[in-house]
Design a binder for this molecule. Structure first.
Ligand SMILES: [Cu+2]
Length: 308
C-alpha cells in the first residue's frame, strides 16, 4: 500500500516539475521578448511629465508575473535583454514599433500553456486512475481490502500537496493572463489612430487624414494597414451593441452607443485578415464583416493618401 502512495507522489512530482519546466522555458523566452516593452514603460514612468496614472500603470506593468514565476531561469535573459534597449528608449521617448510587445503572440503562448497543462496533467491522472481501477478491483467476492486507516498527516498531505501544485499552476497561468491584459489595455505610443463606427449593418473606419472606409466594401477591396506598427481603433455605435473582432489578432471589444471603446493590435508580417461583428445585433449581423491587408508602411501611406 505504502508503495502506491510513494508511486503516486512521485508521479505527481514529475508532472508538476515537467509542467513548470516547460512553462518556465517558454516564459523565459516571453520575458526576454517582452523586456524592451517593459523598459519602454519604465521610460514613461521615469519621465517627470508623465501623469501619476501612467506611472502607476507602468509600475504594474513592470512586474510581469512571468518574471516572478520564472525564478532563476528567467532572471538572466530578462536582465540581459532589459539592459540593452533601455538607453535608446529613454532618449527617444517614443518607442519604435519594433520594441512593442504584441499581445496576440502572448495570447497564443498562453493558450499553448493551457493545452500542455490539460494534456499532461489530464493524461497522467487518467493513467493513474486506470491503474488504480485495475489494481484495486476485488478479485473474489469475499475479498476484503487491507487499506491502512487514514491519519491526519496522510489526509492533509494528500489534500494539500496536490491542491498547492494545481493552484500554483492556475495562478501562474492567470498571472500571465493579467500581464497580457495590461499590455492589451495600454496603447503603445505612436499607434496609428482609427475611429470606428458601427451601425446596422456595417462598419466604417475614419483614418487620421479624414479618409472614411466602408467595412462592407473592404470585402472586395481590403483596407490596407501598416505592418509592424501598433494600430488602435476607437469605436462607438450609432444604434445597438456590436462588437469588433479581429480573430487573427486575438482581440475583440464591444462597441456601443454613448461610449468609446478601443482595441489595439499589430501585425508582425504582411497578411490578410478578417474582422467581424461578434455580438448578435439583428438580422443583418452576419453581413457585418470585412477584410484588412497589412502591407509595408510606405505602401499604406501612399494608399491612404489617395483615399482622403
Ligand atoms: Cu453588429
Amino acid at each position: 500500500m505504502t508503495k502506491w502512495y510513494a508511486f503516486a507522489g512521485a508521479v505527481l512530482g514529475v508532472v508538476s516539475w515537467a509542467t513548470v519546466a516547460i512553462a518556465s522555458d517558454q516564459a523565459a523566452a516571453d520575458a526576454a521578448a517582452a523586456a524592451p516593452a517593459a523598459t519602454q514603460e519604465e521610460a514613461v514612468a521615469a519621465d517627470a511629465a508623465a501623469p501619476a496614472a501612467d506611472a502607476a500603470v507602468a509600475e504594474e506593468g513592470a512586474v510581469p508575473a512571468a518574471d516572478a514565476a520564472v525564478a532563476e531561469e528567467g532572471a538572466a535573459p530578462m536582465e540581459e535583454a532589459a539592459v540593452e534597449p533601455a538607453a535608446p528608449a529613454v532618449e527617444e521617448h517614443a518607442a519604435p514599433a519594433a520594441t512593442v510587445n504584441n499581445p496576440a503572440e502572448g495570447w497564443n503562448t498562453l493558450w499553448h500553456h493551457v493545452l500542455i497543462d490539460l494534456y499532461v496533467i489530464g493524461g497522467i491522472f487518467a493513467l493513474i486512475t486506470i491503474a488504480f481501477m485495475v489494481t484495486y478491483t476485488r478479485k473474489r467476492d469475499d475479498q476484503e481490502g487491507d487499506l491502512p486507516p487514514m491519519n491526519l498527516v496522510l489526509s492533509l498531505t494528500w489534500a494539500l500537496i496536490p491542491a498547492f501544485i494545481f493552484m500554483a499552476d492556475d495562478f501562474y497561468l492567470a498571472a500571465n493572463g493579467w500581464k497580457l491584459w495590461i499590455d492589451q489595455r495600454n496603447v503603445p505610443e505612436g499607434a496609428l489612430e482609427i475611429k470606428g463606427l458601427a451601425y446596422m449593418y456595417e462598419w466604417e473606419f475614419e483614418f487620421e487624414n479624414g479618409a472614411v472606409l466602408s467595412g462592407n466594401e473592404s470585402r472586395e477591396n481590403p483596407i490596407l494597414l501598416p505592418v509592424g506598427a501598433p494600430i488602435v481603433i476607437r469605436s462607438h455605435s450609432d444604434d445597438v451593441v456590436h462588437s469588433l473582432m479581429f480573430p487573427d489578432f486575438r482581440i475583440k471589444e464591444d462597441v456601443m452607443p454613448g461610449r468609446t471603446t478601443f482595441i489595439w493590435f499589430m501585425d508582425s508580417a504582411p497578411g490578410d485578415h478578417l474582422f467581424t461583428c461578434t455580438e448578435y445585433c439583428g438580422v443583418g449581423h452576419s453581413n457585418m464583416w470585412g477584410r484588412v491587408k497589412t502591407v509595408p508602411a510606405t505602401e499604406f501611406e501612399a494608399w491612404i493618401a489617395e483615399k482622403a
